[in-house]
Design a protein around this ligand. Structure first.
Ligand code: C2E
Ligand code: CA
Ligand code: CA
Length: 671
């Protein structure tokens, strides 16, 4: 590809030289054509004038004059030679030629010479044939000089113009572009030129500005991204990655200086409930407030990090004084428990904190976090809203939990679970009105394991939905079997964990089991705890509604131990509430319990809900509960939970005595 410069030079050469050459050639042709008749006329004129000039001397026979005139003719332009032939007898023709020219060569022309009609003689002239070419050659050199001058001038003017208007600005544009490309920090180029290239230059200035702005923006974004990569976007605290790096550095420094570090793992208690009840925006606001409180409670040199969700980690430098660490931890707990104001709401939170120490617990930075986490779990198990220092046993506990989970999986596969059934009787008549199915684990080594020892673990590892499905199916199968064998009584109640209410699978399991075993809705009761009703998520809410829609009675278990919110009682309208054992235990002696149970019964009565008292162990308890208006009783006084066979025997016996009582009653009436 040719450069602009060479292209323009070539263009000029072609555009100027070619037309000039053609014009020149054309002009030569035209001149030749135009000159030829002129020369012809000129020759005729020379001939006629010369002939006329010879008339007088020929008439007067003046030979001297004749020759003189003939010689003058020879001097006329273009005449090379001549011959004058006289008519007079014996006259010899006069032949003259220019010096150096031969006679009778060239273009001949002749004319007669007459005097008053009498022919005196004939004049013949020979003209130079190259006359026209010589003429043209003279013009040609003049034209060539002119054309050359014109070409030179126009090329010079064109080149100057091109340089001024095109090449120089293009050079500037090139320089400007390379400055933009090199990101040199230069002022914008001044363009006084208003033509297209000037506009292009101004555009480049704009582009330069835009590119600069873009680069600035990119730099800012890069810095922001780096910050984001190391900080949590919601709270602005360092994130896990930065915390790990800072912990590593702190451990290295502490090992060098022989110092102690404390690593705190902080987990908010029941944060999920806040999210579920008030939405994520409120949850986020709570997190931000609490994060700021954490940050403000410790020294600037200490590190506070958002670990994930509602978990924070904290690194306390110089923790040589353990009392100080305890003091800080207690201060943190207290700060976290102060109410948070969000959107006019007041939310009170609490947290569980685990503390691990370097180098006491471990010298490995990663293990330090893990130990603090384990200690935090221990604090949770101890009832939340407290702290716990790491102890080696915690790890054993953790391992034991993991072992238990593995065993539970095995147990499900090996069919090691059984249901025991505990009767519920009418408080007035003592008739059997239903039973509660309670799960047990037939452990090959440990024997019969009570549910409280494994339900929690099953919930934690997600096995609870399998276990729940097994319970519902087994209870339905048992109910069908009893019905088939003529044992008819109210309903069998199954306990459903709050976690099972998070998945619609529960509804499918219930529907399928009822269909498969031919169980009617009123024969199966679902016991749920208040916590289910408090988790205000849409899913849980819909699942509860779907179960109600199936026509199944709902019983609120352990009533009085949770939130006992009246609004959900109104919304849910359970068919039963079960007064927790803890309120029954100290009856009839304890005044507070009496007042509480009385209030619960009155409330339930007013709302048309039936009341079951749990854990009835003594006759005075039964009498008091009956007196207060409790509808149903459940407890060791009536029967312990028993395997299906034992329960069946109990039920048949009870029916028999009731029948006998009635027969006795009838007999006494008859008396
Ligand atoms: P719960 O639903 O409150 O069940 C009543 C518990 O009280 C049973 O303990 C029962 O044996 C015990 N109990 C009954 N009468 C008396 C009495 O007069 N005195 C005393 N001291 N205790 C009495 P259990 O069977 O150990 O069950 C404990 C908890 O385990 C249950 O509490 C329930 O929350 C849970 N659970 C039991 N079976 C299942 C199940 O199949 N699924 C689920 N998710 N949880 C279950
Ligand atoms: Ca129960
Ligand atoms: Ca209960």
């Amino acid at each position: 590809m040719l450069s602009i410069r060479s292209t323009i030079a070539l263009g000029i050469a072609l555009a100027v030289l070619a037309p000039t050459g053609m014009l020149w050639h054309l002009e030569q042709e035209l001149t030749r054509k135009a000159q030829a008749p002129l020369i012809e006329q000129n020759r005729q004129a020379v001939l006629l004038m010369s002939a006329a000039a010879l008339v007088q001397p020929l008439w007067t026979l003046d030979s001297q004059q004749t020759e003189q005139r003939a010689r003058r003719t020879l001097r006329e332009t273009g005449v090379l030679s001549l011959r004058l032939s006289e008519r007079r007898p014996l006259a010899t023709p006069l032949v003259l030629a220019r010096p150096g020219e031969a006679a009778f060569k060239g273009v001949p022309l002749s004319a007669p010479i007459r005097h008053e009609g009498e022919l005196l003689g004939e004049l013949e002239l020979w003209f130079d044939p190259g006359q026209i070419d010589r003429l043209l050659a003279e013009r040609r050199s003049a034209t060539i000089q002119l054309a050359a001058l014109q070409i030179l001038l126009s090329v010079a003017v064109l080149l100057a113009l091109l340089h001024w208007r095109l090449l120089a600005p293009v050079q500037r544009l090139k320089r400007q572009a390379s400055e933009i490309a090199s990101r040199a920090d230069v002022a914008p180029v001044q363009w006084d030129q208003r033509d297209e290239l000037g506009q292009l230059g101004e555009h480049l200035n704009d582009v330069h500005g835009q590119i600069d702005a873009l680069f600035d923006q990119l730099e800012r974004q890069k810095a922001e991204l780096e910050k984001i990569a190391l900080h949590d976007t919601l709270t602005g605290l360092p994130n896990r990655m930065l915390f790990r790096a800072l912990t590593g550095a702190a451990v290295a420094a502490a090992s060098r200086d022989g110092q102690r570090l404390a690593l705190l793992f902080i987990d908010l208690d029941r944060f999920k409930a806040v999210n579920d009840a008030f939405g994520h925006a409120v949850g986020d606001a709570v997190l931000v407030t609490l994060a700021h409180r954490l940050r403000a409670t410790v020294r600037a040199s200490d590190v506070v990090c958002r670990h994930s969700g509602d978990e924070f980690t904290m690194l306390l430098h110089d923790a040589s004084d353990l009392d100080e660490v305890v003091g800080t931890t207690e201060r943190l707990l207290a700060k976290l428990e102060q109410p948070v104001q969000v959107d006019g709401r007041e939310i009170t939170m609490s947290a569980s904190i685990g503390v691990a120490l370097y180098p006491d617990d471990t010298t490995d930075p990663a293990a330090l976090v893990q130990h603090a986490d384990t200690a935090m779990y221990a604090a949770k198990h101890l009832g939340r809203a407290r702290y716990s220092f790491y102890r080696a046993e915690f790890n054993e506990q953790l391992l034991a939990n993991q072992r238990l989970e593995a065993e539970l999986r095995e147990a499900l596969l090996n069919d090691e679970f059984v249901l025991h059934y505990q009767p519920q009787v009418d408080a007035s008549s003592g008739h059997l009105v239903g039973c509660e199915a309670l799960i047990r684990w037939h452990h090959p080594q440990r024997g019969l394991v009570p549910p409280l020892q494994f339900i929690g673990a099953a919930e934690q590892c997600g096995l609870i939905s399998e276990l729940g499905a097994w319970t519902i199916r087994t209870a339905c199968a048992q109910m069908a079997d009893w019905k088939r064998r003529g044992l008819a009584f109210g309903s069998v109640a199954v306990n459903v964990s709050a976690l099972e209410f998070r998945s619609h699978r529960l509804v499918d399991v219930v529907t399928q089991a009822m269909a498969e075993f031919g169980v009617q809705p009123h024969e199966l009761e679902i016991e749920l705890t208040e916590s289910v009703l408090m988790t205000d998520t849409d899913t849980t809410q819909r699942i509860v509604e779907r179960i109600k829609a199936l026509g199944l009675p709902l019983a609120v278990d352990d009533f009085g131990t949770g939130y006992s919110s009246l609004s959900y009682l109104k919304r849910l309208r359970p068919s039963k509430i079960k007064i927790d054992r803890s309120f029954v235990r100290d009856l009839p002696g304890d005044d507070d319990d009496r007042v509480l149970v009385h209030a619960i019964v009155q409330l339930a009565l007013a709302m048309g809900i039936r009341v079951v008292a749990e854990g009835v162990e003594t006759e005075p308890q039964r009498a008091e509960l009956h007196r207060m208006g409790c509808h149903m009783l459940q407890g060791y006084l009536i029967s312990r939970p028993q395997p299906a066979g034992g329960f069946e025997q109990f039920a048949r016996q009870l029916a028999h005595t009731a029948l006998a009582d009635r027969v006795g009653l009838d007999a006494s009436l008859a008396d």
